[in-house]
Design a protein around this ligand. Structure first.
Ligand code: HEC
Ligand code: HEC
Length: 487
């Protein structure tokens, strides 16, 4: 049996699920660098707590390896990696122009959700602040809705809904985001309304609770009725920064994190998704359910599904059946956009000398958060992208799917991901969210208003961690939050 990875040790050397072979010595910065060697078949969980995780955190700030940036402003998530230069930097900057460009209505027509990538990924990060509709009083976060019918298509993909495809291109009330909103409604497939019901969380040890808001989504003004049995999955725009590094993590490393039930109830399994250009099934890495295999396909898919833009990967407009004569994005443009998303630098960790944040790192280990939010690993070689290759990084994800229980379930499978499974969300950049996004909403549909709420939504395989947090004192909980705000 392999023990859960709750540590900061280097895990790029993990091979398979049973053997831990050819481990390199972790290269940790600082005088307090921890000399941990990964040993196989180590079942003694207490080992992890003998390690002073506070000191390990104190000695490690380069979250993105050589791509780490020391910018902590509202633009911290949209910086080129400092090791990027020459033609690659030019391509990155060209891609950034496309990411920030407001596309013309003629280009995005006939169906789209938004006219700018950055409208759903503010400053390279996640979607903007959920807003309250002044007329109806309803909350309308910037979400998109994937839809499908039970069963799968020829490549294991969700079955599209006739008349809608696999995504609602809605008349969404996202005031203040784009000037085109009113025009946008004219061609839309429908409107989605969100209502939240407040419920108390289970109590912490000191008897206090937090209020959790449970969303209910209803469709309004749809152009036609959604067929009975239609499944919907709400998803908010997630952080783009750092994804090139995650694309460079070797497949064996990710598969090495997969396991069947451990003693803390955590398993984790890979998604397998269709690669359009390669015409084969591959490991999924991107999206809330790891439903995209590569950044190129993710970006081309976003351009097509979210913005009505055709490209060499997806030459057919949503709602149409034949390829457009002229593509909205050329091969060169899609390439630049992909290089941009691959080479944004990751902000350095902060507050490493804070005793509170260091205690929080210990609490993170104690609550076994790292069983899924794997702190450290080493990237392999991403062809053509030396900047993100061979870097020791701290993304806090295993890129695997986990059953998070009925509370978070969307009940809509996506390739191999069940209706209760989600990809472990990377946690790097968490502490800059307020600065970059102007809010602290979290989880796939933005329902959690802060990290404590996000933790309290953890069920299923995350139940054990949530329970450990409820047993913490207020001081320990605050320390955990301080740590999360430092990464
Ligand atoms: C309408 C809002 C919206 C727009 C516009 C949009 N995105 Fe996204 N983006 C999302 C959502 C929602 C997700 C998560 C998708 C999922 O889970 O299926 C996402 C995911 C991503 C991811 C993967 C993130 C991860 O953590 O794995 C990348 C990369 C990305 N988008 C790039 C882009 C690019 C490039 C554009 C412009 C061509 C764009 N997006 C336009 C909403 C949007
Ligand atoms: C069983 C695996 C697992 C464990 C253990 C776990 N998480 Fe998570 N975590 C996830 C998954 C999966 C998501 C995404 C869920 C969603 O969006 O619905 C997530 C989401 C989050 C988020 C929100 C991230 C975002 O971008 O929206 C935070 C914060 C978080 N976890 C913190 C923690 C902390 C702190 C612990 C330990 C107390 C912990 N998690 C333990 C799997 C896990």
């Amino acid at each position: 049996m392999i023990k859960p990875f709750t540590s900061w040790k280097l895990i790029g050397c993990v091979v398979g699920v049973t053997a831990l072979t050819s481990c390199e010595k972790p290269e940790l910065e600082g005088p307090d660098a921890l000399q941990v060697t990964v040993s196989s078949n180590d079942e003694d969980d207490d080992d992890e707590l003998d390690v002073d995780w506070g000191r390990v955190f104190a000695s490690f700030t380069a979250a993105g390896g050589a791509t780490t940036v020391n910018n902590f402003s509202s633009l911290s998530m949209i910086q080129p990696a400092p090791n990027l230069g020459g033609a690659d930097l030019t391509a990155h900057l060209n891609g950034k122009v496309l990411f920030q460009r407001t596309f013309e209505l003629g280009e995005v027509a006939p169906l789209w959700n938004n006219v700018r990538c950055e409208s759903c990924h503010l400053g390279g990060s996640r979607a903007g602040l959920p807003k309250v509709n002044a007329t109806t009083g309803e909350l309308t976060p910037q979400l998109l809705f994937r839809v499908s019918l039970p069963g799968t298509g020829p490549h294991g993909e969700p079955r599209p809904v006739p008349g809608f495809g696999d995504q609602i291109q809605p008349l969404m009330v996202v005031e203040g985001i784009d000037a085109q909103d009113e025009v946008r409604g004219a061609s839309a497939e429908g409107n989605v309304l969100v209502r939240y019901t407040e419920q108390r969380s289970l109590p912490f040890k000191d008897g206090s609770t937090v209020s959790l808001r449970r969303p209910t989504y209803t469709f309004a003004k749809t152009t036609q009725d959604l067929p009975a049995g239609t499944m919907i999955s709400p998803r908010t725009g997630s952080q783009v920064t750092g994804l090139g590094l995650l694309e460079a993590v070797p497949e064996e490393t990710i598969l090495g994190f997969a396991r069947n039930n451990t003693n803390n109830g955590v398993s984790g399994r890979p998604n397998r998704v269709w690669d359009e250009e390669q015409g084969r099934t591959r490991l999924g890495r991107f999206g809330w359910k790891a439903n995209q295999p590569s950044l190129r396909q993710q970006n081309a898919g976003a351009a097509n599904g979210d913005m009505g833009l055709t490209s060499p990967v997806f030459p057919i407009e949503p709602g149409e059946s034949v390829a457009s004569a002229q593509l909205n994005l050329s091969e060169q443009q899609l390439r630049d956009l992909t290089i941009f998303t691959q080479t944004m630098g990751v902000p350095a960790f902060r507050n490493n000398s804070s005793a509170q944040a260091q205690l929080g790192a210990v609490m993170f280990a104690k609550a076994e958060c790292g069983s899924c939010h794997v702190p450290r690993m080493k990237t392999g070689t991403l062809p053509g992208r030396p900047e993100v290759s061979n870097q020791v990084i701290a993304p806090f994800t295993d890129l695997l799917l986990h059953d998070m229980g009925p509370g978070l379930a969307d009940n809509r499978p996506d390739f191999l991901a069940s209706g209760r499974e989600w990809r472990t969300a990377p946690l790097w950049g968490l502490g800059l969210q307020q600065t970059v996004n102007g809010h602290t909403s979290l989880l796939h549909d933005g329902r959690a208003r802060n990290v404590v709420e996000a933790i309290m939504w953890h069920g299923g395989e995350g139940e054990n961690s949530r329970k450990i947090v409820t047993e913490m004192s207020k001081e320990e909980r605050d320390a955990l939050v301080a740590f999360l705000n430092s990464i």
